[in-house]
Design a protein around this ligand. Sequence first.
Ligand code: ASP
Length: 334
Amino acid sequence: MKRILILHTGGTIAMQLHDSHRDSTRSTISFNLDFFNDQVPGLQEIADLESITLFLEDSSNMVPEMWVTLAEAIEEHYESFDGFVVLHGTDTMAYTASALSFAFENLSKPVVFTGSQVPLSNRRTDARRNLINSVELATLNLPEVCICFNDRVYRGNRATKISIGDFDAFASPNHPVLAEFGLKLTIRSRYRPGSGAFRCHARFDPRIQLLKLYPGMDFNRFLPTGTNSTRALIIEAFGSGNLPAGKNDALLPGLERYLSNDGMVIITSQAVYDEVDLGKYEGGRQAKKLGALSAGDMTTEACVTKIMYLLAHHDDKYTIRDLFRENFAGERTH
Ligand code: ASP
């Protein structure tokens, strides 16, 4: 039997309601194997399970230091287990999964993130199915950091949360699902891991800023000037990477100032499907000329965690720019 480690970080899956109202007080519970046995009959027939609780947090409280703790826990137990299941809140699951995909080099075992929209202790929970699927997946040859939710498996750094109230909470708009659970499990995509030894490089520099554009935005209030607190600025621009370039607009002059002060600018899109093309419209063209980078078809979550990862590992801006353009964990198509 395969040995699978379940790492518990919190989220709705672990919540217990204290009365029947949706807004009632909740507490988060620490799972142990007896609890799993009770709540998810059959789970322990799939694999030889062990479980550890790292945190009991709503995932909106997750910060890069916690990604590091999680990554290092997997590193510590890497040799003793065949696969890993991470229980995590859905709200920032795609950020944590992306972060780990960058931190792990030559991952040759599955790291499967899952959670649920309804707590495990609730009768109508989606947690049982997600847990059973995830543990089964963790026993297979899928050497990826992935998210398993509502019968589908997504590459972690391609996934994004799309629904608050539906069991189908995730999508990966620019990458096919990796696998699907139906009458049988269909695996559609396989990632080829590097062949060297597994290494964990879990360091992230959070000194970045993410700016979502809207018509009428007062750019002078939001744009960084120097790089002390913002080493990179990610702009969620419109459509294909378009941004305001009228003669009264302060955005491009602000970007020029920031770039000349050694800042880095990355342009992603508010439209989640397809790829940023900075050459298509005037605003994007000018930003590119100033030195802004295209995020290609990466998710915002992948952009944020990739740049945090690169900033923590390199000082030279040109090296970071080159690496950002590369696809090194399956996170971008071009
Ligand atoms: N607020 C919860 C969390 O992300 C939501 C969930 O788990 O679905 O921790």
